[in-house]
Design a protein around this ligand. Sequence first.
Ligand SMILES: Nc1nc2c(ncn2[C@@H]2O[C@H](COP(=O)(O)OP(=O)(O)O)[C@@H](O)[C@H]2O)c(=O)[nH]1
Ligand SMILES: [Mg+2]
Length: 318
Amino acid sequence: MKRLTEKILSGDVRAIARAISWIENDYAQKEQLIDDLYPHCGNAVVWGLTGPPGSGKSTLLNLLIARERMKGKRVAVIAIDPSSPFSGGAILGDRLRMQKHSTDSGVFIRSMASRGHLGGVAGATADAIKVLDAAGFDLIIIETIGVGQTEIEVVEMTDVVLLLLVPGLGDEIQALKAGIMEIGDIFIINKSDKDEAMKTKAEVEYVLSLNDNPRKDRPNPIFMTSAVLNLGIDELSTGIDLYIEELRVNGLIEDKRRKRIAREIRLMITAKIRREVEKQLGLNERIDSWVDQVYRRKRRPYAMINELSDTFFKKNRT
Ligand SMILES: Nc1nc2c(ncn2[C@@H]2O[C@H](COP(=O)(O)OP(=O)(O)O)[C@@H](O)[C@H]2O)c(=O)[nH]1
Ligand SMILES: [Mg+2]
C-alpha cells in the first residue's frame, strides 16, 4: 500500500490506473489508499463536461486537451460510463480520437465504469478525482456520456460545469431547462458550423434569463465552438480560466468545494450505514420471504418494516 501511494504521488500511470480500478470495483483497500493520498490533494482544478450524447464532447475535449497542454498543464480525463462495461462503443471511438495524446506523459485518459461503489457513481468520481489530484495533475476533466440524473450527480463533484448543447435541439432545450440547464456554469454551443447555431444561442440565452439564477448580476458565459473546424477553442479555453479565476477571487470556489465535501459525506455515511443495516438484517437472504409474506397478505407492510427496524435498533443499542 505504501508503495502504491508513493507511486501515485510520483505520477506513475500504472499505479494510478490500478487505484482507479480499485475504486471502480469497490475494493476495501481503496479507503486506506484514498486517505493516504488525501493530504496531497487540493491543487487540481476540476472541470465537468456534460451534454447530450453526440453533441461533440469528446471531439471538443480532444482540442481542449491540446490547448491546456500548450499552457503547460498536466491533464487527466475520466470518461464516466455509469451504465456498464458493455457500452464500450462510444468510449472506443473516443479512445481512437484521443490517441494522439496517448504518447504524451502529461495526459492521462481513462474511462470508468462504476458498479458497487459505496457512494454510487458520484462517490466513485470523487475518489478518482482525489487520486488524480494527488498524482499531480493540474487539470482533471470529468466527461459524462449523456445528461441523465447520474451524470448530473457526477458533474456536481467538479469545480466548473461545462454544458455542451448543439443546434437543432429546439424543443429539447425547453425540456432541458427544468433539469440540466441549472447545473451549467459555462454553456457551449458546439457545432456552430451548422445553420441554426445563432438561433440556439438565442434560445439558451432566453432559457437562462428565465431561471431564477442566483447570480443574476453575473450571467453564465456562452461560447460558440465548432470542434470539427477547430473554431472558438481559444476563446473557450481563456473563458474557462477567467471564470475559475473569478470563482477564486470571490470565494465561490471554496463554497463549491465545501458543498461538494458535504455531499460526499452524506453519500458515504448513508451508504455505509445502509450496508451495515442490510448485512445485519440479512436483507439479501430474507427479502424473498418478506415479499412472499406481504404478497400473500400474511403481514402488513408497515408493521413488518417497523418490527425489522426495531430489531435492528435494539440490537445496536448499547
Ligand atoms: N458539424 C459538426 N460536427 C461535430 C462537431 N463536433 C463534433 N461533431 C461530430 O459529432 C459526432 C459526435 O461527436 P462526439 O465527440 O463523439 O460526441 P459526444 O458523444 O458528445 O462525445 C461526431 O461524428 C463528430 O465528428 C462540430 O463542431 N460540428
Ligand atoms: Mg463522448
